[in-house]
Structures are given as C-alpha cells and as structure tokens.
Design a protein around this ligand. Structure first.
Ligand code: CO
Length: 209
C-alpha cells in the first residue's frame, strides 16, 4: 500500500534540491504568480500539465476534470477561466485532450458506469453531433481517437462561446483559445489547429509589436 510518509519524504527532498540551486526560489515565487497559460486538461494521472510542457511552478494555471470538458454551467471551470483571463491575464488557454482517454471511451461504450455517466453525457453529446463521421470509422481504437480529437474541438467552441470569453474579447483583451491533443505513447502534444482569437472563428491574432 502506498504510504503518505513517502510523499512527505519526496517533498522534503524536492524542496531542498530546488533551494540548493536557488535559495530564494520559493520566496520569490510566493510573492506573485504571472502565468501566461491556462491549461484545461483531463484528470488522467498520466497527463500532468507542468511536466508535459516542461514548465516550472508559476508558469501555468491549471484546471482539470474528467475528459477536459467545458460546460457552461460548471462554476468551477468558469471561475478558473474568469480568474485566469481577467486577473492573471493569461495570453493562451489550452484545452488539451489525450488519446486513450478513459472518459471518452466510457462515453462511447454504452455501459453503466454509475454517477460518472452524468458527466459523460457531455461527451456523449459530442458523439451525437459527429455520429455519422464516428460511426463510419470501423476500428474502435481509431474511432475513440477521433472522438478524443472531436471532444477537444467542441470544448474549444464551448469556451469561445462562453460569456467570459465573449466579454473579454469585446473589451479588447488579447487571449487565444487552443485545442491540443496529447499522445500517451510518445509524450508529444499535437495542435488540432482550431485556435480562436476572437468571437468569430476566423478572427486572427493581433500582430504583436
Ligand atoms: Co482522459
């Protein structure tokens, strides 16, 4: 059985190692956070935002739930987005799915999984929207992979159409929403090329000067 003491031991060693390299590291970091990225990803233990992007503490604001879903009535997710956009002023919001997502697979298999099925309804909606395309893929593994991609694409749309993003863009706040997918087998991120830079899907990022 995993022991909590081991966690404390690992934590102590990590803290010491970081402070050996930079004695003021934690003191400086404790004064403020100014992340440029908000990550909305899956709760899956194999998809940790900071490690995947090789970013240290302080560089990415994170929200995770099962199958990286953005729901317009989810106050938890909306509060994170609101704080990230209006207070932290992140420049990029990354919605990142991953191939082999258990949540997406469970939403497609039609079996009873208990309470979580209520959450998975949101992914089932993605399946209904793209039923013809998904049913046309015979290989179930490939079908699930495509569903993982389409789930990200739909969530990018949900977030971009949210009142928070529409307000932010109408105020001229420069923030983009991106859809990425991660492959567990090789640890690589892929851009699904569905980025949004404004309320219109064709809005382009402003040239920085
Ligand atoms: Co997942």
């Amino acid at each position: 059985m995993a022991k909590l003491e081991d966690l404390f031991e690992k934590n102590r060693r990590w803290s010491e190692q970081v402070r050996r390299q930079d004695p003021n590291y934690f003191l400086e970091l404790s004064k403020q956070q100014a992340p440029k990225f908000l990550w909305i990803g899956c709760s899956d233990s194999r998809v940790p935002a900071n490690q995947i992007m090789d970013l240290p503490p302080g560089e990415v604001f994170v929200h995770r739930n099962i199958a990286n879903v953005v729901v317009h009535t989810d106050l938890n997710c909306l509060s994170v987005v609101h704080y990230a956009v209006h207070v932290l002023k992140v420049e990029h919001i990354i919605i990142c799915g991953h191939y082999g997502c258990g949540g997406v697979k469970a939403a497609l298999d039609g079996e009873d999984h208990g309470l979580i099925d209520n959450w998975l309804r949101h992914i089932h909606d993605v399946y209904r929207l793209h039923k013809d395309e998904l049913d046309g893929i015979e290989d179930m593994g490939h079908r699930a992979d495509k569903a993982c991609e389409l789930n990200v694409v739909e969530q990018v749309g949900h977030l971009s159409d949210s009142s928070i993003m529409r307000q932010a863009w109408s105020k001229g706040i420069e923030v983009s929403v991106h859809g990425l997918i991660y492959r567990l087998e090789d640890g690589l991120l892929h851009d699904l090329n569905v980025s949004r830079h404004g309320p219109d899907a064709h809005d382009r990022p402003r040239p920085s000067n």
